[in-house]
Each structure stands twice: as C-alpha cells, then as structure tokens.
Design a protein around this ligand. Sequence first.
Ligand code: ADP
Ligand code: K
Ligand code: ZN
Length: 431
Amino acid sequence: MEVFDRAELLSRKELEQVQLVRLRNVVSQAMRSRLYGSRLKEAGLSPDSFKSLDDVRRIPFTTKDDLRSQYPDGLNTLPTSEMVRMHASSGTTGSPTVIHYTQNDINLWADLMARSMHMVGVRREDVFQNITGYGLFTGGLGLHYGAERLGCLTIPAGPGNTARQLKFMRDFKTTVAHIIPSYALYFGAAMRDSGEDPASLALRVALIGAEPHTEETRRRIEELMDVKAYNSYGLSEMNGPGVAFECVYQNGMHVWEDAYIAEIVHPETLEPLPDGEVGELVMTTLCRQGMPILRYRTKDLTRIIPGECACGRTHRRIDRILGRADDMLIIKGVNIYPMQIEQVLMGFPEVGENYLIVLERENFIDQIRVKVEIREEHFVEDMRVLRDLQKRMVSRLRDELLITPRVDLVQHNSLPKAEGKAQRVQDNREA
Ligand code: ADP
Ligand code: K
Ligand code: ZN
C-alpha cells in the first residue's frame, strides 16, 4: 500500500493510544473557550478524567444550537489575531454557524485532504479541476488546498458553465474533478448530449460528496463521465471535507481516526450503538486548536462497517450517509428518507438527472408527489409507454416506501437546479 502519511499504517492499538493522548490535549485546549470552560467544569471533567477512550462518553454532547448560541466566537480558544480563516455552513437547515481556524488548523486540514485524495490515486502529475463553490462553503477551499499540497495543477473552476468546464477539461487534460453528485449527473448528461465522448477525455477520477446520494447515483455518474467516483464526507464543524473518504475499494469511507473520534449513537436515547447498526454520527476533533468541538451531534445517519478493509488501512469505515435525521419525512405515519426514493428512481434507465419530492396536503391528509425528469429520447414516446413507465415507478416506490406516492413524469431540464447542494424536497403543505 502506498501511503501519503504514516498515520495510515498505525495498528489499531497505536491509533487508540494516539487518540487518547490527543483527547486529553484537546479537552485541555477546549476548556479555554467560553462554552467548554464552563460546561466541562460543570460535568466535573478535566484532562486527567480520561483514562481510556470510552471516557469520551462522559463529555456532554455539543449541538448545532450550542454553536448558534455561542455565535460569533464562544467556542474560540484563542484571540482573533491567532485565527487565519473563517467558514460558515450554508445552513441547509436553519441559520448558519461559523468555524474559525488557526494556521495550524488549516495546515492539518490540508494534510488530511491530501491524504484522502492520495488514497484514491491523486498525484502531482494530475490536473485537478475543482467544480464546486468556493466561498464560505468548505468544500471548495478544502479540496483546493489538498490538491495543491499534493502538487497537482489545480484549477479553481467553481460550479456551473458546463461548456467552459468541458473546454478546460479538454484543453488542460484534467484527470481529476471534484463535483457535487447532483451536478455531476447534469454534467455527465450534458457531456453526452453535446456529443462529447467521455472516453476520449483524460478524466479518470471524480471526487463526489457534500450531499447524500445513493450507490445507484454513483454508478450512473461513473458511467456518464467514464470515471471512478469516490465518496467524500465532511462537515464545517469538523473542518469541512477530509473527515472520511472512500478508498479504491469503494466500500465505505475511512474516518481519519488520528484526527477525529467517531461514535454512533441511537438518535433518540443517545446510547452508543454496536458496529453495524445505523444511528447518528457523533464526532470529536482531536487536533483542532482554534476551535475544538467535542462530541458534536452531526444528525447524519450512518453505521460503522464491521471488519477490516481490503486496503489494509486500520481507520474504521462509515457507510454512505443515509440522510440527516432532520431529512426524515413522516407521511401517513410512515418514515421515509429521500434517499429511498432516489434509489428507486435511479434504477430506471428512462429517468434523467433530476427529481423533486413535493409534499402536499389534501383533505387533511399528507401526500407525497415525486416529479421525475425523463430523458429526452423517452419523453417523445407514445403516451401508453409513458403511462406504463409511470405505473411501474409507482409500484416500485410503493414496494420501497410502503405508501403510494403520485408520480409526475416531466421533461428534461424542467425542474429547478441548485448551484450547490440540491434541494430534493419541497414542502407545500402549509401553502
Ligand atoms: P450545511 O450543509 O449544513 O450548510 P456543511 O457544508 O458543513 O453545512 O455540510 C455538511 C453536511 O453535508 C453533512 O453533515 C452531511 O449532512 C452532508 N454531507 C457531506 N458530505 C456528504 C456525503 N459524502 N454524503 C452525504 N452527505 C454528506
Ligand atoms: K504538478
Ligand atoms: Zn480501504
């Protein structure tokens, strides 16, 4: 195994020793902030309280609301003069939260990013096209720094303008792209529609992440763009991307456990769950100086994949994110995740690149309507063929969801597109 960083080769035992030492350090650092200074003291904790890694469970959880209530700097452990960067979450749910970084924090983040990208074969000879937003969103600068750290020629293309992206890809022989999955579907389809043969491009790898997507979507992106696509997970509260990343086996994302502690807890009881069981991911920064965050409830649902990875890395893997706990829809008493719908839709070859889940209320009963873009060549087909397709979709969705949704087949490019993360659900119930 060719590694970027010796940390990738640590044995489980060494890794856990590193984690314990760093946990004590980060607790001591965190206590300098307003929030943790009082909270840890109230819980009777000090760095010496941590005799084993399990003691991490003695730390109270940190929530998004804590971050909001401490706005703008209640989690900082150092004066602003020590900080060199700020990011904010886009506030997919609710108002934004901010993260501050020291130079050291930025360097360590770039190292983790470089390690992640190196793991899937990115090297200094590669040309890296960063097709995501920059700005406050951590995805852009995160991968940008990682690519530069590896020595790649790095193109900060930003999102959108498919024709120009393609031109850059051709002219600069881009080999690696970073792209949000919902945009990758468009981009791949646009490439095909423009008559471009993806096999004639140098592009070999797509790094996809920042939003939930299914295995079916990944395979589709791989086919459309003729690449290997690797899942990239992170969140602003834990720096941004580079928290967990897939290796070439594409079988779960290795969490960089020398830099983070990952726990899976029951979303309601908050009790720890055994490996293999799906629950809420809780994360602790082990190396962050400017703004450590301890036991952060990510709301992301996943599980630890039991067993070792064929690649030989000891860092445990999390499964593809099922969605956020807040994404769960309750329709007619049934719990539904948007990803269950995506999984069914992407199984139909007739389905195009976009869909929208619309929640409606009719006679006081909640209904779910799925609007699906159909590929151009199928849309021109006979009404009977389309009606049959629609029926098959309803029946497959019913099997998966256990309720019967309405399905509207709509034309290619007719649903709203987001610049960044896709908005998959529209709630019209109060309207
Ligand atoms: P926000 O989306 O809240 O504005 P972030 O940019 O910090 O802020 O987004 C982090 C969130 O994005 C994660 O908590 C998770 O819900 C989602 N996310 C990031 N990467 C992935 C991924 N690979 N798969 C699924 N969801 C992801
Ligand atoms: K180079
Ligand atoms: Zn692996």
